[in-house]
Design a protein around this ligand. Structure first.
Ligand code: UD1
Ligand code: UDP
Length: 372
């Protein structure tokens, strides 16, 4: 079996690490007959600390192709990627195109493969925010629509697809990010020195991230989040590994100074991020991945959005939607609680294996249907 995997943005490298590791283990067991993975990096994220560092630290094979496509409008970026991915697919002729999540790289990959009649397998299918103004919502709905196999991380995602009439090829496999968090939690404790480097004490700091377009591109929302973090930073250290998009917009809007005592740092490697998450008193974020990792590590989370795709974390009481109003965020921080229970919501840590099994199984069925 030959898979072409499309990645381009930070969270996709992290998700791809789970599948690449499972593939490596199978290869070691099966030898030459095993599945071949060809990794295509679109280039969407390109700074060393947004891309290369994950490949190195998480043992992801070096991409076979780097399309070096970044920036521009959504249409430009997606269009250029579509053309370049199509050329790779014509060359590689894979059995499957594997895509992750909901970025422009995801959509470009899905469209290129669908038009060449190459079956698409979507990891993290079925997530919905029900907010069509989010670029990610458009990307994920369209990617799901052309996917043959839809790997859902949660039962909510399965229900979302059912509500859209999509039933065939839908599998609740669990979340590859949960697989990843189980694998790296111990390594982060062992290897990361980030707490010492930032002079942080376990349990006595807040970790924050902010990059979602609806926050960074709305001056009022961005100011609200900045002011809230500055107020919290008067009570407890706040560390903010800053996405390059946000750094640029904060500078443009003259808001860097308004962050006050917040420790602004460059984006960190995955092991450092996991370490920061594990010992935080609380996490304030608009990231999808970070909301879940907060849950995996039992850290209360405030999500600076009006809706979330990860509704189970909210229902379980570990995550609260606080929008972007400073007073609301600060009030919610003051009232944070740690619920007694933290049920398993994202599978059993074997999502990657289940995905590979289903890909192989479906291919066998397709081959026997053709030869019958
Ligand atoms: C993208 C995804 C978003 C995902 C996020 C993960 C889309 C529409 N959005 O958002 O769903 O949550 O990645 O982080 O695909 N930049 C750099 N260096 C980099 C990467 C980005 O300077 O290595 C700056 C550039 O100015 C760039 C801007 O950040 O134009 C935005 O990058 P882009 O990939 O378009 O969107 P993200 O906000 O990263
Ligand atoms: N992350 C990281 N370093 C950072 C910030 C985030 O390794 O400085 C990791 C984080 O642990 C999570 C993933 O990046 O696994 C989330 O990516 P991001 O927030 O960029 O995107 P989203 O999940 O919102 O699409």
């Amino acid at each position: 079996m030959k898979i072409v995997t499309i990645v381009g943005a930070r969270p996709q490298f992290i998700k791809a690490a789970a599948i690449s590791r499972a593939l490596r283990e199978r290869r070691q067991a099966a030898g030459a007959a095993a599945t071949v993975e060809c990794i295509v990096h679109t280039g969407q994220h390109y700074d060393r600390n947004m891309s290369e560092v994950f490949f190195e630290e998480m043992d992801i094979p070096k991409p076979d192709y780097n399309l070096e496509i970044a920036g521009g409008s959504h249409g430009q970026m997606t269009g250029r990627m579509l053309e370049a991915v199509e050329a790779v697919l014509l060359q590689e002729k894979p059995d499957w195109l594997l895509i992750y999540g909901d970025t422009n790289s995801t959509l470009a990959g899905a469209l290129a493969a669908a038009k060449l009649h190459i079956p698409v397998a979507h990891v993290e299918a079925g997530l919905r925010s029900f907010n069509m103004r989010m670029p990610e919502e458009v990307n994920r709905i369209l990617a799901d629509r052309v996917s043959t196999l839809l790997f859902c991380p949660t039962s909510t995602a399965v229900r979302n697809l059912q509500a859209e009439g999509v039933r065939e090829g839908v599998h609740d496999v669990g979340d590859v990010m949960y697989d990843v968090s189980l694998f790296y939690r111990g390594l982060a404790l062992e290897r990361s020195t980030v707490l010492d480097a930032l002079q942080l004490t376990e349990g006595h700091y807040v970790l924050a991230t902010c990059h979602r377009a609806e926050n960074t591109d709305d001056p009022l929302r961005l100011r609200g989040i900045v002011e809230a973090l500055a107020v919290i930073a008067r009570q407890v250290p706040v560390v903010l590994p800053l996405h390059p998009r946000t750094r640029k917009l904060l500078a443009e809007q003259g808001l860097i100074g308004a962050l006050g005592a917040v420790k602004v740092i460059d984006p960190v490697s995955f092991l450092d991020m996991v370490r920061l998450e594990q010992s935080a008193q609380a996490i304030v974020t608009d990231s999808g991945g970070v909301q879940k990792e907060a849950y995996f590590f039992g850290v209360p989370c405030l999500t600076t959005r009006d809706e979330t795709e990860w509704v189970e974390t909210v229902e379980a009481g570990w995550n609260r939607l606080v929008g972007a109003d400073a007073a609301t965020i600060v009030g919610a921080y003051a009232g944070l609680q740690r619920p007694a229970a933290r049920p398993l919501l994202y599978g059993d840590g074997h999502a990657a294996d289940r995905i590979l099994d289903l890909l192989e199984q479906q291919l066998r069925q397709d081959v026997s249907a053709v030869t019958a």
